[in-house]
Design a protein around this ligand. Structure first.
Ligand code: UD1
Length: 378
């Protein structure tokens, strides 16, 4: 049995990136293991995504839960080290920019295990974002830098990264979106939330928007002003609920404050929206592909292609209402073409690169597709 390819995931945005890679590797007969760190643990933040994305049960759940950055990162490292020593992976794959990503890359690199980073090279150039630190550290530690958007190539080149580590593969999060478009039930979601007119979907959870009371007050005011103009559905991440309520956020008939939604539910709702207001990273990409106007309530984005080529605009909280009014009046630029390689096949490209890498690193390794299929977890 070949040493396994080990995926480490932990938080909501990891799951839709990992699913197409796991599927493509499975189709190629690769031996795989899936480790869940437990960074996200609520059913609505994790289990529903595994179900919707048809992800296999994790082979191992580290169950680390929440904590400060140091506590959470350290807990993942301590729990993951013996698991990786046991699995002896051919390579460890990490996804995106969450604490689980960086913690896993650190453990693997220190055990002299090769690391592949899916979504390498994105930069907001804002170290006040914990994710920016995670991205930079993870890229430094990774042997394979799997890049989802052209600006990632430029950033890595500017940092002097060796070209042979970098592969432009396209966007596996978009693979998941395109694979599931046919399963969406937008009408069902509209009925569920009593939406008959145009509506906006809002998601806000970044520390910079919800942790400080003054920032949370700006967001709460923005949401209630927006709801004066258009129906708003706000699936609220647990992180922001308390501080936004303290800051004056109140559910009304036009501002539906709801629990986090599953993957298919959320995308179904977004597909029918007149606009989206968010501080998420992935939603900037998903709205670009769905052609839904997106207002990102942040001073910067690590995903500038969604602005230059997509439907996204960066706004201050105080600018949301006016920007929404323009969108509702039909005054916005429709994108003409999707970013390159956001075509639904990134997972396959990633799988081929991973298998070529591990075959080169270990020439004694059996071809994964030769002979009997080993399959994941077997
Ligand atoms: C994490 C990522 C962020 C990503 C977001 C998506 C980091 C540094 N941040 O932020 O990049 O956009 O996930 O959701 O990794 N909580 C629950 N249930 C859960 C998980 C979290 O109630 O299942 C609450 C806890 O109060 C926890 C807080 O949310 O303390 C924050 O969770 P954490 O995983 O630290 O970061 P996120 O804000 O979710």
């Amino acid at each position: 049995m070949n040493p396994p390819i080990v995926h480490v995931v932990g938080a909501r945005p990891n799951f839709m990136k990992a699913a197409p890679v796991i599927r493509a590797l499975d189709e190629r007969g690769a031996n795989q293991r899936l480790v869940h760190t437990g960074q996200h643990y609520d059913a609505a933040m994790s289990d529903t995504f595994f179900h919707d994305l048809d992800l296999p049960e994790p082979d191992c759940n580290l169950g680390v839960g929440s904590g400060s950055h140091a506590v959470q990162t350290a807990a993942i490292m301590v729990a993951l080290e013996p698991v990786l020593l046991d699995y002896r992976p051919a390579i460890v794959i990490v996804y995106g920019d969450v604490n689980s990503t960086t913690a896993a890359a650190l453990v693997a690199a220190k055990l002299q295990m090769p690391v592949a980073h899916v979504e390498a090279g994105l930069r907001s150039f804002d170290n006040a974002m914990p994710e920016e630190i995670n991205r930079r550290v993870t890229d430094q530690l990774s042997d394979l830098l799997l890049v989802t958007a052209p600006e990632g190539l430029v950033n890595l080149q500017d940092e002097g990264t060796a070209a042979d580590r970098i592969h432009f593969v396209g966007n596996p999060m978009i693979d998941s979106l395109l694979a599931n478009v046919g399963r969406l039930d937008t009408d069902g979601m509209k009925t569920r939330f009593g939406l008959v007119e145009s509506y906006a979907v809002a998601t806000i959870h970044r520390p910079s928007n919800v942790d400080e009371p003054w920032a949370a007050r700006r967001i709460a005011a923005m949401l209630s002003d927006l709801a004066e103009r258009v129906d708003v559905v706000l699936p609220l991440h647990p992180r922001g609920r308390h501080s936004l309520e303290e800051a004056g956020l109140r559910a009304t008939a036009r501002l539906r404050v709801i629990s986090p939604l599953g993957y298919l539910e959320f995308i179904s709702l977004v597909r029918g929206a007149a606009l989206v207001v968010t501080d998420s990273g992935g939603i900037q990409e998903e709205t670009t592909v769905l052609g839904i106007p997106c207002l990102t309530v942040r001073p910067n984005t690590e995903r500038p292609i969604t602005v230059s080529q997509g439907t996204n605009r960066l706004v201050e909280p105080e600018g949301v209402e006016a920007a929404a009014a323009k969108i509702l009046a039909g005054d916005w630029r429709r994108p003409t073409e999707l970013p390159r390689l956001w075509d639904g096949h990134a997972g396959e490209r990633i799988a081929d690169i991973l298998l070529a890498f591990v075959a080169e690193a270990d020439p004694a390794r059996d071809s994964p597709t030769a002979g009997q299929r080993s399959g994941r977890g077997s």
